[in-house]
Design a protein around this ligand. Structure first.
Ligand SMILES: CC(=O)N[C@@H](CCC[C@H](N)C(=O)O)C(=O)O
Length: 375
């Protein structure tokens, strides 16, 4: 095992994944860790299941922010790790355990080696949903402690350890969850003519939704409609009275999101008429695109290129979503991908990030903050 204390911390956090706004043990773990550091060097405020930590500068003229998300996913882990999730049906399958341990590593460094400016560490709940970044940003705490610039990273399974990938401008998509409920008339499997079958209606709906990206979105633009879950019916020989279709929409602009939603609503209306049923649409949580401020991102990419132990790649935009986009809408900054070289991708039950990436990121970001926070 790697000797880094932050690898050991990651493993402890990996055991206790919790869903959005239920990160009680995670918050306690972070608070316990913070209680081991010199209290006079920082101020701490809890916010719901999240935490703000302001590490005091020696002669601050500004405040720099760093955000780490802290929630897990509803996935049953299949890594076989000795430190596998102890929470049935929950897993850190998006790397937030790594994100937290990196944030603690950077924070610990600056508690011991203060720089001129203040640093704000934001341990944010509910990134996977329903979204913690926006309400944190709107909180009284962040009105008082509003950083002048803010940064975050996300693990990238597809890149080797030592690779940093980002770009100026749009990095991640606009997202919206999608929940469609269908209610018809159930009945005996042998009497379909006396019912309105919601399994058939849901199947037709899912197929029609696929036509939106193919036929209604400009081929030079991009969008995604993924249906990740369909439920309906009760047993094999009863025609289903109800069905529910759950998914997510991704677009490269807020305008395209509005257009895609218009088409979804029209298609759902058509299913309502065609299958003589009642329908309702709920868009759940929505995330603003992640847009990297150009000057800061360009300067960061140059900084990374100057380091001997990491490689900087200019990547393409991705259809992933991140509520960190809300922070970047209000505060200049950027997000970047951190290579972790996993054979399995994000949201996979066997995601296995290479833990050496933790110290790579801590080392890179401590150097970056030392440069930015002393200028
Ligand atoms: C980085 C990442 O994987 N983020 C999630 C954000 C999900 C937002 C929301 N729950 C949705 O599904 O639209 C992603 O799936 O991209």
């Amino acid at each position: 095992m790697n000797g880094s204390p932050f690898v050991a911390i990651r493993r402890e956090l990996h055991k206790i994944p919790e869903l959005g706004f239920r990160e009680f043990k995670t918050q306690q773990f972070l608070l316990n860790y913070l209680s081991t550091l010199s209290a006079e060097r920082f101020e701490l405020k809890t916010w719901k299941t999240g935490i703000f930590v302001k590490v005091k500068g020696t002669n601050p003229t500004k405040m720099l922010g760093y955000r780490a998300d802290i929630d897990g996913l509803p996935i049953t882990e299949e890594t076989g790790y000795a430190f596998q999730s102890e929470h049935e049906g929950r897993m850190h399958a998006c790397g937030h355990d790594i994100h937290m341990s990196i944030a603690l590593g950077i924070l610990t460094h600056f508690v011991h080696h203060p720089i001129q400016d203040d640093l704000l560490f934001i341990f944010q709940p509910a990134e996977e949903g329903p979204g913690g970044a926006k309400p944190m940003l709107e909180s009284d705490i962040m009105k008082e402690w509003k950083p002048d610039a803010v940064f975050a990273l996300h693990i990238a399974p597809e890149y080797p350890v030592g690779t940093i990938a980002t770009k100026e401008g749009l990095l991640f998509a606009n997202t919206s969850e999608l929940y469609i409920d269908l209610k018809g008339k159930g009945g005996h499997a042998a009497y379909p003519h006396m019912t309105n079958d919601m399994v058939v209606a849901a199947c037709s709906l899912v197929s029609q939704l696929q036509t939106i990206v193919a036929r209604n979105v400009d081929p030079l633009d991009s969008a995604v409609i993924t249906i990740g879950k369909i439920t309906g019916g009760t047993v094999q020989n009863i025609i289903a009275e109800r069905a529910r279709v759950e998914g997510t929409i991704r677009t490269l602009s807020p305008e395209s999101m509005a257009r895609v939603k218009e088409r979804i609503e029209a298609i759902v209306k058509g299913v309502e008429v065609g299958y003589q049923c009642e329908t309702s649409i709920d868009y759940g949580c929505m995330y603003h695109q992640v847009y990297n401020e150009k000057t800061l991102t360009g300067e960061f990419m140059t900084f990374v290129q100057e380091q001997t132990d990491v490689t900087c790649i200019e990547c393409s935009k991705a259809m992933t979503g991140e509520d960190f986009g809300y922070m970047l809408k209000e505060i200049p900054g950027f997000m970047f991908w951190l290579g972790v070289d996993s054979p399995h991708g994000l949201h996979h039950s066997k995601l296995a990030p290479n833990e050496q990436a933790i110290d790579v990121a801590i080392s890179l970001m401590t150097k970056y903050f030392a440069m930015k926070g002393n200028d």
